[in-house]
Design a protein around this ligand. Structure first.
Ligand code: UT7
Length: 341
């Protein structure tokens, strides 16, 4: 970790992205055999056709490591050069040690500080904002931010209203210091927020310090995701538009300046609604929920990696990322895509 030196502050740049999805694909047809649901219902109400599920011997750190290694390869970065590794996750390998320390060790990131953050589905945008702050304050020059989840481990496979939604995966980005960058380049800014009064709308009721897993009366379902779907849907459609609008206004930009909206992949109807309200046409919206499902903090970097792989992002493009989720939390980020050449 570098110390704050007082020299001209660098700008943070997003220079690379990569993802890792576990091999196993769970289709809607298979879910039809597990709970009272249909492929038609899932596709029409959520936009999901299939999703990836971690193998029994894979934990969140394994998925994160896959994304991290792919990112180091594609950006030709040495793990030893990383100053900081942040993992946004709500499904850490353990309560402690942090999953980030496990990944840093496996990666050979011997000079990196490492920590996990949990802002649930907003976690990746929160992590990006923290990385930006560390780089622009001069405290770090190379930061890897990973969003990684094995939600299959905390899903109630008997609850049809949630088990059809959530999935596993990991996405990673590299944030680097740029001493020359112009204003308007690099990471432009963030709008982050939280409203804990909505804590019960989406939560895991037990397993923490308030109701430990071993407490009397704790049922297996109490250790799994429980969601008031309609209420969360209403919150999501509103906050995506509000957060993105506030951020664009603060930055002196409009949606016309946005080249690509990279939203949290929770439900294709939520994405469509937000894009319409923001007046962003469908060709500028990244949607991969049909084959990836909702991977919480991994969903935005996984979607961005796919857009880059498919050649849908050009250097200099302005990306608007918007996440929302349990907490309740939300976060929007405006970032230029400036890959290493
Ligand atoms: O990433 C974290 C943030 N999470 C979200 O943003 C999720 C937000 N919520 C949603 O995406 C939607 O609310 C859901 C996809 C979860 C549910 O869709 P909905 O259109 O809001 O359905 P609903 O909850 O209003 O339920 C409608 C009906 C109910 O049956 P009745 O009471 O009308 O007879 C449900 O029991 O659909 C039923 N239902 C299902 N039917 C078949 C719920 N889940 C299923 C299912 N298959 N999997």
């Amino acid at each position: 970790m570098l110390a704050l030196t007082g020299r001209t502050r660098p700008r943070a740049r997003l220079t690379g992205v990569a993802s890792y999805l576990p091999e196993r694909v769970l289709t809607n047809a298979e879910l039809e055999t597990m709970v009272d649901t249909t492929d038609k219902w899932i596709r029409e109400r959520t936009g999901i056709s299939e999703r990836h599920i971690a193998a029994d011997d894979q934990a969140t750190s394994d998925l994160a490591l896959g994304a991290a290694q792919a990112l180091l390869r594609s950006t030709r970065t040495s793990a030893a050069d990383l100053d900081l590794l942040i993992i946004a996750t709500t499904t850490p390998d353990h309560i402690f040690p942090p999953t980030a320390t496990l990944v840093a060790d496996q990666l050979g990131a011997t000079s990196a500080a490492a920590l996990d953050i949990n802002a649930v589905c907003s976690g990746f945008v929160y992590g990006l904002a923290h990385a930006t702050g560390m780089v622009e304050s001069g405290l770090a020059r190379k930061v890897m931010v990973i969003g990684a989840e094995t939600l299959s481990r905390i899903v109630d496979w008997n609850d049809r209203s949630t088990c059809v939604l959530f999935a596993d995966g990991a996405g990673a980005v590299l944030i680097e210091a740029d001493d020359e960058g112009d204003p308007g380049s690099g990471v432009i800014g963030f709008e982050l927020g939280a409203d804990g009064s909505g804590k019960d709308l989406l939560c895991i009721p037990a397993g923490g310090s308030r109701r430990p897993a071993r407490s009397e009366g704790v049922e297996p379902a109490d250790l799994c995701i429980q969601m008031a779907g309609r209420e969360v849907f209403r919150f999501a459609t509103g906050i995506m538009v509000e957060s993105a609008t506030r951020l664009l206004q603060e930055a002196g930009l409009t949606t016309d300046d946005v080249d690509l909206l990279v939203p949290h992949q929770a439900n294709s109807r939520i994405i469509q609604h937000a894009a319409e309200k923001l007046e962003i046409p469908p060709e500028k919206v990244v949607t991969n929920i049909d084959h990836v499902g909702n991977t919480s903090s991994a969903s935005i970097p996984v979607a961005l990696a796919e857009a880059v792989e498919q050649g849908n992002v050009a250097p200099g493009d302005l990306l608007l990322m918007v996440g929302f989720g349990a907490g309740l939390t939300w976060g929007a980020g405006l970032v230029r895509w400036e890959p290493r050449t």
